[in-house]
Design a protein around this ligand. Structure first.
Ligand SMILES: *Cc1c(COP(=O)(O)O)cnc(C)c1O
Length: 385
């Protein structure tokens, strides 16, 4: 099966994990802090925190920002459900902002219009906005930063797709235009730790709260303790969780991070081959702004399935029979029964709907061979020439 994405594990990666298995620490030991500082350095952020998933990362950032019952958080409907769920888990209300049809990212124009509308109607402005760098291309962070200052919300980048990408020449994750950025290390993402995620930020206060929330709300750091410390002393200051990353995962992450630039290069090279092959056909290829480098976590094409010989469900099955795995990223989150129960079944956003009707993720990963890619190209051109 030619899958739409998959992990790329080298012998060196395996060796790094085995070294940890032979060491004294399996859960958070000396390796996780090394992974955290290497990741922060790669992205140009001051602080890095590794956790057991991107969902945990999002949840912790929302908690650390004080999001909770009675608050409102906004995000893009074209994302994995985890982005919205993280805000719901704090008890906050979630609402969605429509996307830009060219980049599939939250539209800064739609956000400004929604903010103006809510403000003028005396509604509740969001406390937190999470933008998603869909498929690996950064959202227009400068615009979002401007709006966050004007309307006083905090800005989180869900960069689960975009490790290794650049926005206007700077690495995604440097947090120049946001309060925090989070990454996922799920096997289909840019690098993997099995399950895993991370938070980057330049705010010391966020770093301190997240460190504590990640581990039961407990601290042993001398400068934070309220009592004179006995050698065994620890204090719980808040209600936290166990979202720690293991050293086993951290070792895999460190080894994978060394290969990230190579992964980004390969994905971009293969993406260009697709873009060239489909030019002039009925298959619309994704566009990346000149100032950005996409990590190409996903290669999403758009086809007018409503008016084509083969519709999407049929294509899905047909490609499956030829050994080609495709996918749809994503069903707009507000269409999920859980969110329909909160927002109403009629809730929809026009650009997100249009995108959803036409999108298809075709195989792209660092181990995709050119001959397998040629098979994908010829199967698709055979129908949508
Ligand atoms: C994968 C993903 C997540 C969740 O990541 P986990 O590490 O599986 O929790 C969140 N947001 C986006 C955009 C994702 O692609």
């Amino acid at each position: 099966m030619i899958t739409y994405g998959r992990q790329d594990i080298s012998d060196q990666d395996i060796e790094s994990v085995c070294d940890v298995l032979r060491s004294d620490f399996l859960t958070q030991g000396p390796v996780v802090p090394l992974f955290e500082s290497e990741l922060a350095e790669y992205c140009g952020a001051s602080f890095g925190l590794a956790v057991n998933s991107a969902t945990s990362a999002l949840h912790l950032v929302c908690l650390a920002m004080g999001l909770g019952p009675g608050d409102v958080g906004w995000t893009s409907p074209i994302s994995f459900v985890a982005t919205a769920n993280a805000m719901r888990l704090t008890g906050a209300i979630v609402d969605f902002v429509d996307i830009d049809p060219l980049t599939f990212n939250m539209s800064p124009i739609a956000l400004r219009e929604k903010l103006e509308l809510v403000e003028s109607s005396g509604g509740q402005l969001p406390k937190v906005v999470i933008v998603v760098h869909m498929a690996g291309q950064s959202a227009d962070m400068q615009e979002f930063k401007r709006l966050s200052l004007q309307y006083g919300f905090r800005l989180i980048e869900d960069a689960s797709h975009a490790l290794g990408a650049c926005y206007q020449g700077q690495p995604v994750g440097c947090c120049k235009y946001s309060d925090a950025a989070i990454f996922s290390f799920h096997p289909v993402k840019m690098i993997t730790t099995g399950e895993g995620g991370a938070i980057l930020t330049n705010h010391r206060d966020l770093f301190d709260s997240i460190s504590m929330l990640r581990s039961h709300g407990v601290t042993k750091r001398a400068e934070l303790l309220k009592c004179d410390a006995e050698p065994w002393w620890y204090e719980q200051h808040t209600l936290g969780l166990n979202y720690r990353m293991t050293d086993v995962s951290g070792a895999l992450g460190r080894s994978q991070l060394l290969r990230l630039n190579e992964f980004v290069e390969t994905r971009n090279r293969l993406a260009s081959r697709y873009t060239e092959a489909f030019s002039g056909s009925l298959i619309k290829t994704p566009s990346v702004c000149d100032a950005n480098l996409s990590s190409f976590h996903l290669y999403v094409v758009q086809i007018d399935f409503d008016n084509s010989v083969v519709d999407r469900a049929e294509l899905f099955k047909k490609l499956g029979r030829s050994g080609i795995g495709v996918n749809v990223h994503y069903i707009p989150i507000y269409k999920q029964p859980y969110y329909q129960a909160l927002l109403g079944v009629d809730y929809d956003l026009p650009e997100a709907e249009g995108y959803y009707r036409s999108c298809l993720t075709i195989p792209l990963h660092s181990q995709l061979s050119e001959s397998d890619q040629n098979l994908v190209i010829s199967e698709l051109l055979g129908i949508y020439e």
